[in-house]
Design a protein around this ligand. Sequence first.
Ligand SMILES: CC(C)(COP(=O)(O)OP(=O)(O)OC[C@H]1O[C@@H](n2cnc3c(N)ncnc32)[C@H](O)[C@@H]1OP(=O)(O)O)[C@@H](O)C(=O)NCCC(=O)NCCS
Length: 154
Amino acid sequence: MSTATHGHVRAARPSDGSAILTLEELFPSDRMSMRSVRRFLHAANARTWIAELDGAVVGNLILLMRKGSHVARIYSVVVAPQARGRRFGERLVQAAEAEAAHLGLQAISLEVRADNHAARALYAKLGYSEAASLPGYYEDGGDGLRLRKAIHKR
Ligand SMILES: CC(C)(COP(=O)(O)OP(=O)(O)OC[C@H]1O[C@@H](n2cnc3c(N)ncnc32)[C@H](O)[C@@H]1OP(=O)(O)O)[C@@H](O)C(=O)NCCC(=O)NCCS
């Protein structure tokens, strides 16, 4: 398996900002501004990973930590349509879990649209379970779910 064919996941660099913004524009709602992408790339309480395939950025995940909280939150995860189905989503979430374990955190939580079958299947596969239902959570009135997974020290 060569990296060029199968890609890899790495920590984001400040220069990845515009590639991340382009990916975030794939989201149907709750889009991010360049300003917030830059803020995440520099914030001490945020970690961002990039999926790269053939030298191009094809995915990203942003993990947020809160002072005094043992729960980290996956703020955003997206894989470009042409790169889906290659386990990038899975590898991005696993990178976030490894960091949460490294930081000694107890759990990861996230919100997902109730009708987002691909994302729900991804999180179910990785052991996330429903912690709350969030009716009308999204800007367009769409329902959400809060998912959570306990993280164990490695
Ligand atoms: C959700 C998303 C990140 C998945 O990325 P991906 O790289 O294609 O996913 P992976 O290849 O890592 O898939 C891992 C597992 O997730 C599940 N999965 C992923 N896409 C799926 C789909 N379209 N249908 C059903 N299950 C799916 C499968 O269980 C898969 O494992 P398998 O291949 O062993 O069956 C991607 O579809 C995406 O970017 N969607 C738009 C943005 C979004 O919805 N983000 C999540 C917001 S919470």
